[in-house]
Design a protein around this ligand. Structure first.
Ligand SMILES: Cc1ncc(C[n+]2csc(CCOP(=O)(O)OP(=O)(O)O)c2C)c(N)n1
Length: 453
């Protein structure tokens, strides 16, 4: 995709509109998180208008890039972006932020509004689910079509995301597998709910991610040009990328910027008015979208339509000669091949450990279902989760046996990510007692009705 040069005046005006729209939503709801959307608007703007391949008219297009708001509490940002770029989310929906029955829930809920790729809110989950999506797309790219599944997974994440253990588990595996289709922007604002991150988080995040095998870049979060270039560079990295954006929670709110007070409560009428003045806007008006900003942001609609059309043409052309693509299409439509349920049977009273029976069934299923993939948290031989006639999923190969390492929590989140990729059916096994370590993603899988075994 060729990109026009960044028009800084146009970009600034759009970014400030996004910030104030989100702050207005929180103010009207009398609850929510204004500071992080105000801070993250530059990154979201660049992703949605310049870097991401997406089609607002068809949020489920299989060839799209994915955007995950891992710090789900910043949901007002996501809803503002979806509205402005032409997804089916109205200004009225934004005004009903956090109201019962509204698609604009306090935290993004998968299936409640178009363009929400996964449910986030429990910190650490979004960035971890993204690793599963990246693995799933790598699998489809190598096994089905290099051209059709070369999507990138983008995420915005916060200090809390990177403090959570599951994020470390999955980042370690992502680096090991060299998942170059991951681009994460870390909002390094050094503020959490209790105050400064120096209270509990003083490690060198950059060094940690470098040691995992990630590409790491540093930028100033308000420097649109640098951020734009960093994203472009990250997209082309053969390794997963972390862009550390030194940014400022509540940017533009004169008394609350860079303080925990901007995190989880409305700015308050006076402070919000002062922020509007800071951005040269009328403090008396709310939910203002200047016409030129609206038109500029809506260009995403025509662009998305053209991108999907091009992809669809490539898809149709390939379908004629690519058997794997035909069977993926069937799987993505939720159809199972004939005879898939010709499974081993076990007589009542037969002496057989349940894990042995499970292994036999799994292998019988794997013969019929080419998009069934998974593994165990280092207990494959004990849990009988190994698909016998298959290789391993490694940095260089895409066998269907995934080695999660001794990382149960990561396994659960990665399975959710795999299950978000059309056609794939992920499985994971461990002993019941260790499954306690993966309860949060199991709960999320149930809430999102994802097909995980
Ligand atoms: C697993 C989990 N634990 C606790 C919370 C509650 N919580 C919401 S935001 C937050 C931390 C806020 O700090 P940060 O992640 O840096 O976000 P920012 O203040 O920059 O928006 C916490 C503890 C949560 N959402 N998820």
């Amino acid at each position: 995709m060729s990109m026009p040069p960044l028009d800084l005046n146009q970009a600034r005006k759009a970014v400030d509109t996004i910030r104030l729209l989100a702050a207005d939503m929180v103010e009207k709801a009398s609850s929510g998180h204004p500071g992080t959307p105000m801070e993250a608007a530059p990154a979201a703007y660049l992703l949605y208008t310049r870097h991401m391949r997406h089609n607002p008219a068809n949020p489920d297009w299989a060839g799209r890039d994915r955007f995950i708001l891992s710090c789900g509490h910043a949901s007002a940002l996501l809803y503002s972006m979806l509205h402005l770029t032409g997804y089916d989310l109205s200004l009225e929906d934004l005004k009903n932020f956090r109201q019962l029955g509204s698609p604009t829930a306090g935290h993004p809920e998968f299936g409640h509004a178009p363009g929400i790729e996964t449910t986030t809110g429990p910190l650490g989950q979004g960035v971890s689910v993204g690793v599963g999506m990246a693995m799933g797309l790598r699998f489809l790219r190598k096994r089905v079509s290099d051209r059709l599944f070369d999507s990138t997974i983008f995420a915005l994440c916060s200090d809390g995301d990177l403090m959570e253990g599951v994020a470390s588990e999955t980042a370690s595996l992502a680096g090991h597998l060299r998942l170059g289709n991951l681009v994460y922007i870390y909002l390094d604002n050094r503020i959490t709910i209790e105050g400064d991150t120096s209270l509990a988080f003083t490690e060198e995040v950059a060094t940690r991610y470098l040691s995992y095998g990630w590409q790491v870049q540093h930028v100033e979060g308000e420097n649109l040009q640098d951020l734009d270039r960093a994203i472009a560079r990250a997209r082309h990295s053969p390794r997963p990328s972390l862009i550390i954006a030194r940014s400022h929670i509540g940017f533009g709110a004169p008394n609350k910027q860079d303080t925990a007070a901007a995190h989880g409560a409305p700015l308050g009428a006076e402070e919000l008015a002062a922020a509007k003045r800071f951005f040269g806007r009328d403090p008396e008006q709310s939910f203002v979208i200047p016409e030129d900003v609206a038109a500029h942001m809506r260009e995403a609609v025509a662009r998305g339509k053209a991108l999907e059309k091009e992809w669809q043409q490539a898809f149709e052309a390939e379908l004629k000669q690519n058997e794997a693509l035909k069977s993926w299409q069937q799987a993505a439509n939720g159809e199972l091949p004939a005879g898939w349920d010709d499974l081993p049977t076990f007589a009542a009273g037969e002496k057989l450990a349940t894990r042995q029976a499970s292994g036999k069934v799994l292998n019988a299923l794997a013969e019929k279902l080419p998009f069934l993939l998974g593994g165990s948290a280092d207990l494959g031989p004990s849990n009988n989760t190994v698909i016998k006639e298959e290789g391993s999923f490694t940095a260089c190969t895409v066998g269907r046996n995934i080695h999660f390492g001794v990382r149960e929590h990561a396994m659960g989140s990665i399975m959710n990510g795999l299950a978000h990729i059309p056609g794939l059916i992920p499985f994971g096994g461990t002993f019941l007692i260790f499954a306690d370590y993966m309860r949060p993603p199991m709960r999320l899988a149930a809430m999102m009705q994802r097909q995980c075994i």
